[in-house]
Ligand binder design. Structure first.
Ligand SMILES: CC(C)(COP(=O)(O)OP(=O)(O)OC[C@H]1O[C@@H](n2cnc3c(N)ncnc32)[C@H](O)[C@@H]1OP(=O)(O)O)[C@@H](O)C(=O)NCCC(=O)NCCS
Length: 150
């Protein structure tokens, strides 16, 4: 599969809006930004937020998205998020994005990265552990908090 991994740019907006049009039970459960129902609005929100933004393209269409979202109170430890279009999952694309995001974080000299995930999201947790994230807290609401240290 011929894939391109690169940063998301302003001019990708239309493609990015296309990307978000899929329906997905897994994302409804596990990806909090799916609470924003309208795919166009979701794309705009992500494009405008303060974050490092990575996409994977196949045949000029976006099939995966990952981000390190900045928080004003924790500038040295942004939070990581990632989602792959359902039909492209389990084919190593999550790995490509994780690798690039961790590399980007290193270049930007972040101290670490953190993320939250549902404890039932076994595939995502498997991926995060593989890349060196450590479990730092399991909350009573079934959410796990994980952290990567540079
Ligand atoms: C989680 C997600 C981003 C992973 O991306 P992906 O492209 O499917 O991941 P990859 O194919 O690169 O790697 C998946 C790994 O999980 C493993 N895996 C798959 N299903 C699994 C399961 N049920 N339990 C444990 N591990 C599992 C695979 O074997 C592979 O590991 P390996 O490298 O050791 O073989 C993707 O599945 C997704 O978009 N899920 C919905 C959105 C989401 O949950 N985002 C994360 C929110 S915290």
């Amino acid at each position: 599969m011929e894939l391109t991994v690169r940063e998301l740019k302003e001019e990708d907006l239309e493609k990015f809006q296309e990307f978000w049009k899929f329906q997905d039970e897994e994302a409804n459960r596990f990806y909090v930004h799916f609470l924003v129902q309208d795919p166009k609005e979701r794309a705009r929100l992500f494009l405008n937020e303060s974050s490092d933004k990575i996409i994977v393209l196949k045949d000029n269409s976006i099939i995966g998205w990952g981000h390190l979202t900045h928080h004003p109170d924790y500038p040295e430890t942004p939070s990581l998020g990632i989602i792959i279009k359902p039909e492209f999952r389990n084919q190593g694309i999550g790995h490509l994005i994780m690798k690039r995001l961790i590399q980007l974080g290193k270049e930007k000299k972040y101290k670490g990265l953190y993320l939250t995930a549902s404890k039932y999201n076994l595939r995502a947790i498997h991926l995060y552990l593989e890349f060196g994230f450590k479990l730092i807290e399991e909350r009573t609401d079934g959410v796990v908090v994980m952290r990567y240290e540079y």
